[in-house]
Design a protein around this ligand. Structure first.
Ligand code: ARG
Length: 602
């Protein structure tokens, strides 16, 4: 449909130019054009698209919108290409023009999809040859010596899906895990461990992440109350930064301990990500300070080097500073992020040569990124044509609307959360098998419940508009009804079932022919896929893809329930099977782009 839309836009722009030559000229001189404003029709009975431009132009052209719409339609009807593409346009309401694409054009589009593994989705390089470069997606990014929490889970799931979509569009995606592996916390932790568990600093596997988290908490408490402890911790950080062998070794061990735990989660979720923690940017921090100083942005305030932010004020109405180097010579989270921006935009070998940087974190970090991006812009570290984007998301809440907690009030461990999702999926499955009188072996039961459990957690997260907080609810996410992973997976299973019942989903057909509204509904929905992917790419909202896949499953289920497929006479049986096959391919690809594998049976 994207190509149809491009052709239609061109035709309407042409019509506008012909109908209003003077206004067109004026607009052109100002470097603009008369906007056709074509949007998808708000209801299927209005056709495929709606041209809204007449309403916006009324003031400029000084004519009532309906009259403008009529003039546009008159011009359109003179155009042969438009006649081939569209039915007679209809003017509605105050001056909308409803456009219905001709059936044979839709069928031709469907035909094109048949041998197209990309299902009509162009590679970015086909659209614009400059855009083929690298995108950095900075996601997941938990902290060493701390547990990965549900916020990191959201970042992981959303970041992975965005990466998959960008990859499919042909970008080179650098999936970066910006783990918190540097800073004062290591000084504290190492000092504490030297006292209470020295073996942990020299011996791999002598403690696990759970112990580490406890030790970290104790260290923090000690740090807050004891001055001597503070001094030794700072000394330990300095040693670390100077590359002292023993301290570095201890640090590496701690990182490795956490890494192993994180990797278990990534493996279960099937996440590919490259670790490049904060420590990586350590050698580049000095350059940040130097460069900011040369450009005159750096100010010393109370002994700290900082940049005062424009348009961001503190409590007393004074501009807020972003601290680059603390008075004790230490660097901050923000300094590392500034160094990372420079590195990511710089070209190889001293950088990644990216053109778009995407950061997936909770909305609580919006002001951090706002400040960091502002300083990077003012320091001219963001090259022309390049972008930085924060992709914020809301909190994960329990059913009470409060922060997600276990019954006993503790923070939920990700491992337990995933285990529970899989366990519940298993129970649901076993009940269903009993009801249906089916007997399946353990391999089947385990495979299906693991897939459904993990898919449900991912989908529940992705299907929400990420900006809003979302309520975690096992029953809802595992339900076979509604906008859930099981509902989509089940639509696929239904289609696979057609093949098991003897339908040939792979048969090749030369010409297609359709005459039922259910078929056309399905065709129209199938053809929206590309537009949806482009939208997600631009706005970084995976929930759009979820809504689309849900709509596709619903439209398919209506088609399947209301008109015969295997019982239809030939050649209609084959034609309908073609639509089933395309639906399955679209659902499979769509789910894959969300990081969700599909099932043949469930
Ligand atoms: N480690 C941080 C946290 O747990 C997230 C890091 C996000 N990425 C970044 N480049 N700052 O909150």
């Amino acid at each position: 449909m994207q190509q149809i839309l491009v052709a239609l836009t061109e035709q309407v722009e042409n019509a506008l130019e012909k109908a209003f030559p003077n206004e067109s000229c004026i607009a052109k001189e100002a470097g603009k054009k008369l906007e056709p404003q074509i949007v998808p029709a708000s209801k299927p009975e209005f056709g495929d698209f709606q041209i809204n431009g007449a309403l916006g132009l009324a003031k400029k052209i000084k004519q009532p919108p309906r009259q403008i719409a009529q003039a546009i339609v008159q011009q359109l009807r003179k155009n042969k290409k438009f006649e081939e593409l569209c039915e007679l346009p209809e003017i509605a309401g105050p001056g909308f023009i409803n456009i219905t694409i001709k059936a044979d054009c839709l069928i031709a589009e469907i035909q094109k999809r048949l041998n197209d593994k990309r299902l009509g989705i162009a590679l970015a390089s086909d659209l614009n040859s400059q855009n083929t470069s690298t995108v950095v997606v900075d996601f997941s990014s938990p902290n060493i010596a701390k547990e990965m929490h549900v916020g990191h889970l959201r970042s992981t799931i959303i970041g992975d899906s965005l990466s998959r979509i960008l990859e499919f569009r042909g970008y080179k995606v650098l999936r970066l895990n910006h783990v918190g592996d540097w800073g004062t916390q290591f000084g504290m932790l190492i000092t504490h461990l030297k006292h209470v568990a020295p073996e942990a600093l020299t011996n791999q596997d002598s403690i696990d992440l759970g112990d580490l988290v406890i030790f970290y908490r104790q260290a923090k408490a000690e740090f807050d109350k004891c001055e001597k402890f503070q001094t030794s911790s700072r000394e330990e950080v300095v040693k670390l930064q100077k590359g002292d062998k023993t301290t570095l070794k201890a640090w590496e061990l701690l990182c490795e301990q956490s890494r192993q735990e994180f990797n278990k989660i990534y493996k279960r979720l099937n996440i590919e990500i490259q670790e490049r923690g904060e420590s990586f940017y350590n050698p580049y921090l000095e350059d940040v300070v130097k460069d900011l100083s040369t450009s005159g942005l750096l100010v010393t305030d109370n002994g700290a080097k900082c940049v005062f932010l424009e348009g961001i004020k503190g409590k007393q109405g004074k501009p807020l500073p972003l601290i680059i180097e603390k008075s004790d010579g230490g660097f901050n989270y923000a300094t590392t992020d500034l160094a990372a921006i420079r590195y990511r935009f710089n070209t190889a070998p001293q950088g990644d040569g990216a053109f778009r940087l995407i950061y997936v974190t909770d909305a609580g970090q919006a002001s951090h990124f706002n400040a960091v991006f502002q300083v990077a812009k003012r320091a001219q570290w963001i090259p022309r044509g390049c972008h930085v984007e924060h992709v914020p998301f809301g909190l994960v809440q329990g059913e009470d609307g409060k922060k997600l907690k276990t019954r006993s009030g503790e923070t939920v461990r990700l491992k337990d959360l995933l285990d529970e999702a899989v366990d519940r999926a298993k129970k649901d499955l076993q009940e269903r098998l009993k009801e249906e009188g089916r007997h399946e072996n353990n391999d089947f039961i385990n495979h299906v419940s693991t897939t459904v459990g993990i898919a449900s957690v991912k989908y529940a997260d992705l299907s929400q508009n990420r900006i809003t907080n979302y309520q975690f609810n096992f029953d809802r996410m595992l339900s076979l009804q509604g906008n859930t992973a099981p509902y989509l997976l089940y639509a696929l299973v239904r289609i696979a079932g057609l093949a098991r019942k003897g339908g040939n989903l792979k048969a090749s057909v030369d010409t297609l022919q359709f005459n039922k509204p259910q078929e056309y509904n399905l065709i129209r929905t199938l053809l929206k896929f590309e537009t949806v992917i482009l939208e997600v790419e631009a706005e970084l909202l995976p929930n759009r893809l979820c809504s689309y896949l849900f709509e596709l499953s619903q439209v398919f289920n209506r088609f399947y329930d209301q008109i015969p497929v295997l019982k239809a006479d030939e050649p209609f049986q084959s034609y309908r099977l073609v639509l089933c096959r395309l639906t399955a391919e679209t659902l499979k690809l769509g789910l894959n782009l969300l990081g969700i594998p599909s099932l043949e049976r469930m």
